[in-house]
Structure formats: C-alpha cells, structure tokens
Design a protein around this ligand. Sequence first.
Ligand code: FAD
Length: 406
Amino acid sequence: MRGVAGMGVRHAVVAGGGIGGLAAAVALNRRGWGVTVCERAPVLTGIGAGIVLAPNALRALDSIGLGPDVWAGDALLGPVGLRAPDGTWLSRTGAGATSSRHGPPARAVHRGSLIDALAAALPPGVVHLGVAVTGVDDTGNTGDRADTVVVRTSAGDLRADVVVAADGVRSGLRGRLFPRHPGLRHAGEAGWRAVLPGFGPPPRSAAETWGRGERFGIVPLVDGRIYVYATAAGPGTKPADHHAELIRRFGAWHDPIPALLDRLGRRNPDPVRVLHHDFYELASPLPRFHSGRVALLGDAAHAMTPNMGQGGCQAIEDAVVVAHLLADDADVPAALAAYTEARHRRTTRISRRSRRIGELARLSHPLAVSARNLAVRATPSAVTSRALDTVLGWQPPSGPAPTVRA
Ligand SMILES: Cc1cc2nc3c(=O)[nH]c(=O)nc-3n(C[C@H](O)[C@H](O)[C@H](O)COP(=O)(O)OP(=O)(O)OC[C@H]3O[C@@H](n4cnc5c(N)ncnc54)[C@H](O)[C@@H]3O)c2cc1C
C-alpha cells in the first residue's frame, strides 16, 4: 500500500469504503488527486437493504460521472405516498409532479449495486480491503513534509495531503478529533430491513404506512426486487424470531403487507436475510466538519435518523463539495474550512427535520395519531412537495472552485 503525498500528484487517504468514502474517492480522483481508500472490512459490501437516491443525490452522482444509465432498469420510484394501516391514503405525491419540480425522479437501488457502481468508477489498486485507519498524526511535520499528515493504519503508516474520514456512524476518527463531543444517542426507534425477490406484479409505487409507534415501508428497486422496512418505537430488544415479530406487528395491515411478510418467511429457494438495527444519530452537531487536513464526511460528520432517507444522499453531496473545494492547488486547511462552511448548516437542518419526522411517526396515543393523520390528509400534496424544495432541489457546485488560500 502506498501513500505518495509530496511526489507531485497530491494524495488523499480516505478512511472507509462505504457510500461517502467511495463517492469522495471518485470525486477526488476525477479532480486529479491520487487516492487510497482504506476499508476495514475484508470485502466492499452494501448491507442487504435498499437505499433511495433522491434527486439531489442523483444530481451529485451525475456530476462525478455516474449518470442515469448506471442505474439499470427503468422502474422509477413513484408515486410516493403515506398510508394508514387500513390502507387509506393520507397523502400521495405523483412521480411526475415530483420529477418536474425537483429534477430526476428518485431511484431506489440495492446498496450493493450502489457500492459496486462507485467502486467500478475507481482505477484498480485504489481500494485496500481489510485495512483499518487507526489515527491521524500531524505532529512532527517539518521541512518538506510540513504539508502532509501521517495516517496510521493496521497495515502501516501512510502520508497524505488530505484525509477524508468517512468511517461511518461509529467513526473512530470523529471521537479522536472531537473528544469532548457527546457522540451518538439512541434515536428512539429500531427497525427491520430486507430485500425480497420480485414476485407477481411489482408494486409500482413506494409507500410508507404509519400506525401507532410503528411504520412499514415498501420500495420497488430499479432491478425489480422489493425493499421492505419496518420500524418500532423504543430501543429494540432483539426478538428471537424476526419474522414472527413482524407478523405480530404488521400481519393485519393493508395489502400487500401480509403477502410481503409471507414471502419474507419462505425458505425456498433462498432464505431472505432480515436485518434488525437500533437507530442512532449524533447527540448534537459537531462544531465543524474539519480539523487541519482531515475532513469528516457522511455519517462520521452528521449521522442522522433515516426518516428523510437523506443520510447517504448527504454523504454523496459532501463528497462532491469537498472534492470541488480541493480542486487545483487549493490550500488544504482553507479548502476544508470552506467545506464546513458549505455543508454544516444544510446537514444540520436536514438532521433536525428528519428527527422531527421521526417524532411524528412514533406517536402512539390514539388521539395524537388521529390528529396527526388529519393534519397530513389536510395538507395538499403541492405543499408537501414544495416543502422539500431546499432538500431535493440542491445543485452540485459547477465551474471552477473558488480560490481557497490560507
Ligand atoms: C434503516 C436505515 C435506512 C436508511 N435509508 C436511507 C435512504 O433511503 N437514503 C439515504 O440516502 N440514506 C439512508 N440511510 C442512511 C445511510 O445508510 C447512511 O447515511 C450512509 O450509509 C452513510 O454513508 P457513510 O459512507 O458515511 O457510512 P457507511 O456507509 O456506514 O460506511 C462507513 C465505512 O467505513 C468503514 N470503516 C469504519 N471504521 C473504519 C476504520 N477505522 N478504517 C477503515 N474503514 C472503516 C466501514 O466498514 C464502512 O464500510 C439509512 C440508514 C438507516 C439506518
């Protein structure tokens, strides 16, 4: 493994080969940076779940060469709706309306496909598997090495002009750079996720159903499979049998939920893996997303609840913005300060909004649930759609990067 900072081409070390780290590697590589990605896991893998790529993320991906043709299949996500457990629609947004308002309609892909597409956009030899980043050290940098940092890894030290900390929700680098930050807090919910093979006529629309402290989501993926998820309020005690627990909670909800649960429980031909996780978010925003020559990105910088489906989308936005600001011969610490300036307010607002949606979705008192459902039904879909303008209407930076000098 090479860390070749200080030899002409500037070099970035990316800690973490997840969505944000790989997107940053692609974006930096396209800007002429040499890149080394260190991924702790022995394989690059998107966990067995879907992910919704909203228009803002699709635009960001397009700007780094991963345009619509990368997402094989023609099933677009939409219309999108919110339902009650008896099937009543509480709100419904047409895909066409969303499309013209916010740009490319959202697409839902398997996480593995997203990781594969990002990795395939990198030159060979960039990603190093089974290598954990354990620390970053800029002490003792003198002379012609003053402009680099040492990255400590399980496979030895590397030198880099910039480090991208994309090591996820439980980021070790975050803890080292901001030791006084309180870290994560439980988001009040736990959830199940699974990807089912397609069967029968595929559901054409994505919908989330809100009950009392429980939710069930159905999202058709572009490849014909169906991504289902469910949540329940409270810290999740691990049920002995996830399938039985899902049937107990959601088995009497509207169609096609019982059929999907039935499918989930079948053992032939292949058992479907059901993931179950508690949700966490940062207890408070970090003071900034950089420290010296290190930029934090994605969940390492702003782990948020999944209620808006924006965590990964924001990681991709971060990647595009940081690479834009680091273009040409930008001064690295100044570019990273500009990165915090560009990203902190936006991601903090989206995190707060996502948390508020979770609070509404988790209501369980029957009166509160009725009032919530009435309010949702009374809100015109145009208003709901307009309220997402600032999130979904984001545009990637274009043109030359601003001159960022020390
Ligand atoms: C239930 C649920 C549903 C979600 N749905 C959506 C959605 O629809 N749309 C959306 O945009 N977002 C969604 N998200 C959020 C999204 O999954 C995350 O925001 C996104 O994965 C963050 O990407 P990341 O690259 O920051 O972290 P990750 O994807 O977690 O990647 C971090 C990587 O770093 C590696 N790593 C960790 N420590 C080290 C180390 N020391 N050295 C080297 N490597 C290391 C890990 O192995 C991992 O590969 C959802 C989240 C949840 C929990």
